[in-house]
Ligand binder design. Structure first.
Ligand code: N2P
Length: 357
């Protein structure tokens, strides 16, 4: 081979390697070309096999990223640095996002599987006629605990958490509305209270719970409770069901003063680049068999009535995780309280966390 040919060969190989490196770098940074879909979801909130199946069936590559609170999700979408095609916020954040024009209206004609969603979860006040969002999971907020570790004592009220025998035994989910909400509910106030005096009172009451709190944590709360690192946790219902499937001693209760009923829905944010693929993804997730498989893996409650027949009877009939409409009517759904009030909840939550240190 003469020198010139060898020279060009080397150049060709080097550029091929470089091109490959650049393209894989782009995809890991959330680049959305025509055949990719960027999904932004809560941690531990999808069966990874389902993503693979979607990719195989549609030829669309999924780039998957997670968040740990509605607030952090919102910040990323507002910044607009990543082209998220799908996000899965909770109801009050969906209401906020649609008012701030951060969502793309959905084309229901591309979602034939929508018929499988139970009417009970459709057309709710945070998104009339489901113009912008489609139900994914739903649930409550409550207390998961180990009656054995509490010498058989049953927890029924938020105020039970202040008991002196629970020193350093409680884990809290790292959510501003959940924790401040617990303070408000324990005082008999609404989860949507915006009265400053009430909110300060709730924060001060939470401060007095400090000796009993072992940690405020994210998704690792499931592992810590299942491994008996703590005996009580403030959790979302689906986390409780997941933990309870690993440790049968545990129980889950929605305290008698009341609690939160929440809905997490799929949306297409304004950042989307592949709206067609986003609709395909939503419709795929609505397929009853897919929804049943996802529900079994994640442990949360599905709004998909078509999925229920593919699920174990004892799961579907467990009133702790599939509470009846009569029960859920007594619970409160978070409202979008507006920028100022939501910021105040976050500020109080931060102050409470600092107080612990
Ligand atoms: C899953 C978190 C579920 C969020 N890890 C409940 N809204």
């Amino acid at each position: 081979m003469n020198k010139l040919v060898r020279f060009f060969l080397v150049i060709a190989v080097v550029s091929a390697v470089l091109l490959y490196a650049i393209s894989s770098l782009n995809s890991s940074q959330g680049y959305t070309g025509s055949n990719t879909l960027t999904v932004f979801n809560w941690g531990d909130y999808i069966d990874p096999d389902i993503i693979k199946r979607f990719e195989k069936e549609t030829g669309i590559k999924v780039i998957y990223e997670t968040f740990d609170s509605n607030e952090s999700m919102m910040t990323k979408i507002e910044q607009g640095g990543t082209n998220y095609d799908i996000a899965i916020p909770s109801e009050y954040m969906i209401d906020k996002m649609r008012h701030e024009h951060l969502l793309i209206p959905l084309d229901h004609s591309k979602l034939p599987n929508l018929k499988y969603i139970d009417n009970r979860f459709m057309d709710l006040p945070f998104d009339p006629q489901n113009k912008y969002s489609i139900p994914y999971f739903w649930g409550t907020v409550g207390i998961v605990y180990n009656p054995k570790m509490l010498h058989g004592k049953k927890i029924t009220s938020w105020n039970d958490l202040w008991a002196s025998n629970l020193k350093n035994k409680i884990l809290l989910t790292d959510g501003a509305r959940e924790v401040i909400g617990m303070g408000l509910n324990s005082l008999g106030y609404s989860l949507n209270d915006t009265n400053k005096q009430h909110l300060i009172e709730a924060k001060e009451k939470l401060d007095t719970l400090t000796p009993n709190i072992k940690a405020i944590v994210g998704d690792e709360i499931k592992m810590l409770l299942a491994n008996r690192e703590a005996s009580v946790g403030l959790v979302w219902s689906g986390d409780a069901s997941e933990i309870m499937s690993q440790n049968e001693d545990l129980d889950y209760v929605v305290p008698k003063e009341g609690s939160n009923l929440w809905f997490d829905n799929m949306v297409i944010p304004k950042t989307a680049k592949n709206i067609e693929a986003a609709h395909k993804f939503i419709n795929f997730m609505l397929d009853p068999k897919v929804a049943a498989k996802n529900t079994e893996y994640v442990g949360y409650s599905t709004p998909n009535k078509g999925a229920l027949k593919y699920m174990p009877k004892e799961v579907v009939n467990d009133e702790r995780f599939y509470p009846s409409p009569e029960l859920t009517e007594k619970l409160e759904v978070y409202k979008n309280l507006g920028k100022k009030n939501l910021a105040y909840y976050n500020e109080l939550f931060l102050q409470f966390k600092m107080h612990r240190k």
